[in-house]
Design a protein around this ligand. Structure first.
Ligand SMILES: Nc1nc2c(c(=O)[nH]1)N[C@H]1C(S)=C(S)[C@@H](COP(=O)(O)O)O[C@H]1N2
Ligand SMILES: [Mo]
Length: 356
């Protein structure tokens, strides 16, 4: 029997937990510019919400002069934009923190990207006329439940400061890659906040509330906070903008290679500006060389793909590193800033390979 008698093998998600569903994208096997939704990572705090698809309305209330309820149809008829956005869970790569931290032990696959189409939140808010004391915009999801370490039952809800809520690229999305957003990723409406870690991009929007005070829901006052010290909660800071980061896709960690030329390939992304430089080291950081960055990949808020041809003629074991730098001159550190809950890991990416 030859291999051809079997259908072509395909990559799968990597399961972290099923209740709630948390699964990683097999990032080493993503070659296209956007991730097909069956391979988009899934990160949920609760079980999936039950919501009526047929009778869906989006209310906006609070510190506004004209409270409004939008129908899906109305929203879809407003001026739309489509943007390529990378969503990265702030817990991506958590398992690499030393010393280790509790929480879902994500490897490097809590990240995906694709094309989101929707209406700028700004356009909806303008129709409701903000009051002068409006300060933040809370977006509430349909899903709710109990979360470890948090008292009571809460909906997943997050607020944005007015400035970010009114940014023209902050959108209420209804399509992913030209199709209605798949249910697990927020159908029918999902907030997309480019540049911020993905906890900000609330799925299954139930309502929007404009407030005149600072929102302190548990998913921003307790979770998604950097606590830099092990034994105290001093100097805490909210998790917002994505750090500059990169991931090596090929070769795979632990791979055994024939001696010769090999392409080292990967992705790099940032929440601020664009990726300016990607350096690769094949000698554990003693020397660095610039990788080539695919030009057409610079648009929008997506990741860029990069590659570097490595002449590996000498047998031995190698530690290969990748380090991205963005247009704000932020670079990946050799070791990332440790924090209690393990958010924002962005140490240089590292794999080990053997050349035989
Ligand atoms: N309503 C709702 N929105 C949510 C979440 C959630 O649990 N409920 N999880 C957030 C987090 S932490 C991440 S990383 C992303 C995951 O999006 P995905 O499952 O589409 O990959 O959604 C964010 N939006
Ligand atoms: Mo997340």
């Amino acid at each position: 029997m030859t291999n051809n008698e079997f259908p072509i093998s395909k990559p799968y998600l990597k399961t972290k937990s099923l209740f709630p569903e948390n699964q990683e994208t097999p990032i080493s096997f993503i070659e296209r510019d956007s991730v097909d939704h069956p391979l988009f990572y899934r990160r949920n705090h609760f079980s999936y919400p039950r919501l009526s698809h047929h009778n869906y309305w989006l209310p906006i209330n609070g510190a506004i002069k004209k409270p409004k309820i939008f129908s899906l149809k109305e929203i879809q008829q407003l001026p739309a934009k489509t943007i390529k956005v990378v969503l990265e869970c702030s817990g991506n790569k958590r398992k690499f923190f030393k010393p280790p931290v509790f929480g879902e032990q994500w490897g490097n696959g809590a990240i995906s990207q694709g094309y989101w189409k929707g209406v700028p939140l700004r356009i909806l808010i303008e129709k409701t006329e903000l009051k002068d004391d409006a300060k933040e915009v809370i977006v509430v999801g349909y899903d709710f439940g109990k979360n470890p370490g948090i008292d009571g039952i809460h909906h997943f809800a997050r607020s944005l400061p007015l400035e970010k809520a009114l940014h023209p690229d902050t959108i209420i999305a209804y399509e992913y890659n030209q199709k209605p957003i798949p249910f697990k990723h927020g159908y029918p409406l999902r907030l997309i906040v480019p540049g911020w870690y993905a906890m900000a991009s609330v799925k299954w929007i139930q309502q929007i509330i404009v407030t005149d005070s600072k929102f302190d829901g548990p998913f921003q006052s307790m979770e998604y906070v950097y606590y830099p010290y092990k034994d105290s909660n001093h100097d805490s800071a909210p998790v917002t903008i994505m750090n500059v980061n990169s991931t090596i896709q090929k070769p795979h960690n632990g791979q055994i290679l024939d001696s010769g030329k090999h392409m080292i390939k990967g992705i790099a992304w940032t929440g601020m500006g664009t990726i300016q430089m990607l350096e690769v080291s094949t000698d554990n950081g003693q020397t660095w060389s610039k990788a080539a960055i695919k030009k057409d990949h610079h648009k929008g808020y997506g990741w860029v793909s990069w590659f570097y041809e490595w002449s590996a003629f000498k047998k031995g074991e190698y530690t290969i590193l990748s380090k991205a730098t963005d247009s704000y001159n932020r670079s990946q550190p050799m070791s990332p800033v440790w924090n209690q809950k393990g958010y924002g890991y962005n140490g240089v990416d590292c794999i080990r390979v053997k050349v035989e």
